[in-house]
Design a protein around this ligand. Sequence first.
Ligand SMILES: *Cc1c(COP(=O)(O)O)cnc(C)c1O
Length: 397
Amino acid sequence: MPPDRSLDARLAPRLAQLKAQDRYRTRRVISGGHGVHAVVDGRKLLNFCSNDYLGLATHPKVLAAAQAALGEGCGSTASPLLGGHNRHHRALEDALASATGYPRALLFTSGWAANLGVLRALLGRNDVLIADELNHASLIDGGRLSGAHYRRVAHADLAGFAAALAAAPHPAQRLVVTDSVFSMDGDLAPLTELRALTRHAGASLMVDDAHGFGVLGAHGGGIVEHLDMGDLRPEIYVATLGKSLGSAGAFVAGSETLIEYLVQRARSWVFSTAPPPALSAAALAALQIVQGEPERRRHLHALIARFRARAAEAGLPLMPSLTPIQPLVIGRDADALAASARLMEAGYWVAAIRPPTVPEGTARLRITLSAAHGTAEVDGLVHALRDAVRVPAEVAV
Ligand SMILES: *Cc1c(COP(=O)(O)O)cnc(C)c1O
């Protein structure tokens, strides 16, 4: 019989290998609402792995805004330049620009589309992209797609960024790009210092504030407000609407010229159907809560401080994060999976994150806190973590 050359025959061994390496991924089905009390595969769990940091995905005002806009239609029916740009989109763009302190903002269907669209539009083969090694996958792929020279710098290494800027050929356009809050570590980029470096070198700076917008800053304006950057803010600001705003989509904020250029050239924007207007109406309602109810942020930051204090008492080695992302590095993939499974038995949903999402040997529990959690729930989690993160059996012997 001739060898089986079908697609499935080629893929099956790769799947088997992932399983053998504890790298196989599966999904869980959520039913009955997706707040902090989630029904997961039929079991009621306390959710500590969502990015809904302010609890807005299920907020009545957000849902009401979406429902009201839905009365006008579901899909946007076309790409933005072909008639898909709706009054709900425009109102949200205007509000996002003023919330972030930039002249204009442009909506994309997702953070992934925004990062690909911006990098591909701005950079070409003669340009240089200088990127933190822990940046989000969409920034890595966007950089590759652009064809620019890709310089990967060690995490938050200012000397490394300075050297990469100095080494780049001068007439070339140089763009430094970084996450603001690193999605698997929770720490902050040294953005003020990077801005000084790029200004000095005549280069540009782009920040992806997916996990900072709504959470950081007195009014939830994100990393730029948190660091009080004022006129020294990055030229290109990206944030998503699917995390602390509890909706979906993303936006790029910047100068009039930048946004007009993206309208002409960002392919993931030009050639993609505009987001459903109801999602923009929901995001606008969420933004109003972000700005009008600072107590949500205060409660969240109090929970973060409480979680860290309790975890320290319990001897749990957290990373130096002051954001809702509080990872607990376990090490081996199998141990992280086992800890996550034990937590689930105890009624807590905490995701295990494995390579290649994080570096080899640093599999971890990625705990995310939300303003929708209560203090007793956070205390309960610490208790459950202490039991779940046991020393691996073979080490304990
Ligand atoms: C989630 C995320 C994205 C992608 O945004 P989506 O809207 O989910 O596509 C981009 N960058 C960072 C840092 C993220 O965490």
